[in-house]
Design a protein around this ligand. Structure first.
Ligand code: MAN
Ligand code: CA
Ligand code: CA
Length: 525
């Protein structure tokens, strides 16, 4: 719960920082005016997606007349005859200087369209079906008019003009306001491949209108349309856009209406407010955390079982000291078991080789003596009896030496394995000595079963070893019985001795192992 709460607060803070950062980035991208703080005014802006909500309203705006708002744009006036519409901010501005960027399209099938679109900054909201491009005449404030139709037939439309009014003047529609405009520029804004854009800036009583002609989609392709100094606009006002058609008609679509307030450095009232806000947010965050902790404690008190369950769930992620120790012992024992199994396999191999050698030697001797002796099978290998008075030749001796060497190397290997086992067992014992508190306690799994399994494993090892010992002990003896040696230089004696050495070694290993396992077992009881 605490995590979710913290996440929400952090997300809010992150969003807050991104919002601030975005504003500063925007300030850096925009070269004019220099040294100005900019703040995006969402209450005086609309943009897609979700420009209009499902109920058709545009947040913070009011529209009327023939205007239609969708999620992507506002069709201020559609391409039907004598249409009028407008959209206005709900509230007056509360900042002195501003910049409004409008992204719009005026499109129509005809080579000539009508009548055009107007941007407004006025003390009062205009009508939705007024005589001036859909809005009211005798306005108080500023109009930027995008006049498509050449009413006065001077061949100077489409034209963009800035018209100021103090609420007294009537707009001269028939003459396209020629005598009333403050300034303007001739620009064809109809039927462009990309939306056309206008940036209207009012800062320090300077009015600037920049136009993007819609021939590219590059946001930087703005051109100057007009600039006027000493423009005195009402301190506060409403922003609006209106449009109208007449005998001729175009679609008048507005996609973005983005307002940014402009503040001289050091004069941004929000600077001090920002610090205040930050402190307020930190305090709120702290309080929220405390509240959350308190609620958590209360919940634990009310639901002790669930709280316990929660702790148990966490404990499952960790391994107790005893569990770790048992796991290590189990791993060590498993490794010992593996090594012994390997040992047993090697001993089997040696016995097999030895039997093969014996058989070869016997056969060689029989050939030398020139007399076939009836054989008796021992361990699946046919054995031959040595004839009386047989002698050992040089190749026999070489073969025996080679065989002995093989045996020696196998014994070395066995010794290495035993050493390895010793080291591992020692390390387990050291671990146990270092943790003398280790006791069998109730743990995550059944310890008794584990010990029983280990004991079974050890018994298997024991059986394996004794089996190996039996086989190792039985084979040479068996061979000796089948092929008794009458002389002191008998091969069977050497073999017998070698195998005895191996046997002794195995008994030795077995004893070590037995002692260790007993010592281990004692620890559990
Ligand atoms: C008619 C009248 C005018 C309008 C033109 C173009 O002449 O409605 O007011 O400007 O059509 O639409
Ligand atoms: Ca006109
Ligand atoms: Ca004209």
């Amino acid at each position: 719960m605490q995590t979710t709460g913290s996440k929400l607060v952090l997300q809010f803070l992150a969003f807050f920082h991104i919002f601030i950062a975005q504003n500063y980035v925007a300030a850096n991208l925009n070269p004019s005016p220099i040294g100005v703080h900019r703040r995006f005014e969402y209450k005086y802006s609309f943009k897609p997606p979700y420009l209009a909500q499902k109920d058709g309203t545009v947040p913070f705006f009011e529209y009327g007349g023939n205007a239609i708002a969708s999620s992507e744009s506002v069709r201020v006036a559609p391409s039907l005859r004598s249409q009028k519409g407008a959209i206005w901010t709900k509230t007056q501005t509360n900042f002195d200087w501003w910049e409004v960027e409008i992204v719009f399209r005026v499109t129509g099938r005809g080579r000539i369209g009508a009548d055009g679109l107007a941007f407004w900054y006025t003390t009062e909201k205009g009508d939705y079906n007024g005589p001036v491009f859909g809005s009211s005449d005798r306005w108080n404030g500023l109009a930027i008019i995008f006049d498509s139709f050449d009413n006065d037939n001077k061949h100077n439309n489409p034209y963009i003009s800035a018209v100021l009014n103090d609420g007294t003047k009537q707009y001269d529609h028939a003459n396209d306001g020629t005598t009333q405009l403050l300034s303007g520029c001739l620009r064809d804004f109809r039927n462009k491949p990309f939306p056309t854009r206008a940036r209207i800036e009012y800062y320090n009583n300077v009015l600037t209108v920049l136009i993007h002609n819609g021939m590219t989609n590059n946001n930087e392709d703005y051109e100057m349309c007009l600039r006027a100094d000493n423009v005195l606009l009402p301190k506060h006002g409403y922003f609006g856009v209106s449009a109208a058609t007449g005998g001729l008609a175009d679609d008048h679509d507005v996609f973005h209406f983005l307002t940014t307030s402009l503040h001289a450095v050091g004069q941004m009232p929000q600077d001090a407010q920002k610090v205040d806000n930050q402190e307020k947010l930190t305090q709120e965050y702290k309080e929220y955390q405390e509240k959350l902790e308190k609620q958590k404690q209360e919940y634990k008190k009310e639901h002790p079982d669930e709280a316990h369950k929660d702790e148990e769930e966490w404990e499952e992620f960790y391994e107790s000291e005893n569990q770790r120790e048992l796991r290590q012992i189990w791993q060590g024992q498993s490794q010992i078991f593996e090594h012994l199994r390997e040992l047993s396999r090697k001993v089997d191999e040696i016995i097999g080789r030895q039997e093969n050698t014996l058989s070869l030697v016997s056969r060689g001797l029989a050939v030398n003596a020139g007399a076939a002796v009836p054989s008796a099978p021992v361990a699946g290998v046919p054995q031959q009896q040595f004839p009386a008075g047989a002698t050992i030749t040089r190749p026999d001796v070489d073969l025996l030496i080679a065989n002995q060497n093989m045996l020696l190397s196998s014994i070395r290997e066995i010794r290495q394995l035993v050493g390895d086992i010793n080291v591992r067992t020692d390390s387990i014992q050291t671990n146990q000595r270092n943790a003398p508190t280790a006791q069998i306690q109730s743990t995550g799994y059944d310890v008794q079963t584990l010990i029983a399994e280990m004991r079974d494993g050890m018994n298997q090892v024991k059986q394996g070893i004794s089996h190996v010992g039996q086989r190792l002990g039985a084979s040479p003896q068996g061979a000796a019985q089948v092929a008794p040696c009458p002389t002191g230089n008998c091969v069977g004696v050497t073999l017998f001795l070698s195998v005895t050495v191996v046997q002794l070694l195995l008994v030795f290993i077995y004893n070590i192992f037995k002692n260790r396992s007993e010592a281990q077992a004692k620890k559990f009881y």
